[in-house]
Design a protein around this ligand. Structure first.
Ligand code: PLP
Length: 406
């Protein structure tokens, strides 16, 4: 007799973006003349850069010719892309990562969601609060969340990160086995210094904690002292898996390409007491359940890592970061307290009055602007509000003109 996975019933509704959509729809129906500007959803608006488009066109032509056609590709990604990744993202920074530690995928969301298949069932999971919800929900689905009460899952350890602690996640007081970190952070837009990241790596090594380091916004780092990779910190190859995505780096949200680095030095005891390699386990998992990213997409991704394409994508990133600067400085000028937006496309502002949904309603009603209430990212997100730098320049300027005048 079939029994369904009961842990799914512990998931909270996909409340945040559906509630936003509902409130915007109600407002738009009542005010059909309102010109609503959306600065809430984290999707890009600029097209793929020319070098990527040319590479993908060439790849399409290859697919149309028997001599150059590609069927199933290698499970872990074509060597041309894995080596471009290693050279651009690691060797150029003096980090020793080898090609067989890089696994190309169709998205960081899938990878950060699927990685928990490597954890034993009783692993205790720590997440930052506020949090990118995928880390929590995928662990709840597999039974590591427990019951949901008072805005939190009983088995998950939350590490609050707010203005009170400079957005540096508090180290867990209780034992944890796995720790999800996200820097540059979604939703706060904040980064860690190398010294702060080292404290977390040292803690992980000392306590044999596995760090899952989500660095999907790495390309947005502007300040020279912010670490681009956790592997810049000594010892991280003994305790951390890193996730990167082409989505925000190269406008691939709809094209889909990402990668995960699983160092061969990650060796732990499994639930039977055997010593295992996480690199080998992830390889096995990928080979069993995934058939690779399309050749055309991987050629496009490769182009974004080569010199011409890389220059072009950095130009697009710089453009979004100019939006971030406009938002940050405009809001500060009229008295808002703002965080983030320096090394990330997210601006995290303190909501006057504290209630982030009330601020959402007010911003929509008064200025016809949509953002994201911090409460939707967890308890420590209440009192904050997220704005993204991904709108067009024109809409960013119009939105700031409405909120800030002059
Ligand atoms: N990780 C973080 C922190 C994100 O904010 C996002 C997307 O918004 C992702 C991962 C998903 O990336 P991808 O589009 O590669 O699935």
């Amino acid at each position: 007799m079939f029994t369904a996975n009961g842990y799914y019933s512990q998931l909270q509704g996909n409340y945040l973006f559906s509630e936003i959509a509902k409130r915007v729809a109600v407002f738009a129906a009542a005010h059909p003349e309102a010109d609503i500007i959306r600065m809430g959803i984290g999707d890009v608006t600029r097209p793929l850069v020319p070098a990527v488009i040319s590479a993908m066109h060439r790849a399409v032509d290859e697919m149309g010719c028997a001599e150059t056609f590609h069927g199933y590709g290698p499970d872990f990604g074509y060597d041309f892309l894995r080596s471009a990744i290693v050279n651009r993202d690691y060797r150029s920074r003096g980090i020793d990562i080898s090609m067989d530690e890089v696994f190309v995928s169709d998205g960081a969301k899938c990878d950060v969601g699927n990685i928990q298949e490597l954890f034993s069932a009783d692993c205790r999971v720590a997440v930052m609060d506020p949090v990118y919800p995928v880390y929590v929900d995928t662990n709840v689905m597999s039974g590591r969340g427990g019951r949901f009460a008072n805005g939190a899952y009983e088995k998950i350890v939350y590490m609050p990160a707010s203005a009170d602690n400079g957005f540096v996640p508090e180290l867990p007081k209780d034992r944890v086995d796995v720790m999800y970190l996200c820097f540059p952070n979604n939703p706060t837009g904040m980064t860690l210094s190398r010294a702060q990241l080292k404290t977390l790596v040292d803690y992980a090594i000392k306590n044999r904690v596995l760090i899952l380091y989500d660095s999907a916004y790495e390309a947005y780092i502007q300040e020279p002292d912010a670490p681009h990779s956790i592997y810049e910190v000594e010892g991280a190859k003994e305790c951390a898996i890193e996730f990167r995505s082409m989505s925000k780096t190269a406008g691939f949200t709809g094209t889909r390409c990402a990668y995960t680095v699983v160092p061969k030095t990650l060796r732990y005891a499994d639930s039977f007491g055997n010593e295992v390699s996480l690199n080998a386990m992830w390889g096995r998992r990928v080979a069993t359940k995934f058939n690779g990213v399309s050749y055309i997409t991987q050629r496009g991704a490769e182009a974004a890592y080569l010199d011409e394409g890389y220059r072009e994508i950095l130009g697009v990133v710089a453009d979004y970061m100019e939006n971030a600067r406009i938002i940050r400085e405009s809001l500060s000028r009229v008295g808002y307290t703002v965080y983030g937006g320096v090394n990330a496309p997210y601006i995290w502002l303190k909501t006057p009055g504290g209630d982030s949904w009330a601020f959402f309603d007010e911003l929509l009603a008064t200025h016809h602007i949509v953002g994201t209430p911090g409460a939707g990212f967890g308890r420590a997100g209440e009192g904050y509000f997220r704005m993204t730098a991904f709108a067009t320049r024109e809409n960013t300027l119009r939105a700031m003109q409405r909120v800030c005048g002059g």
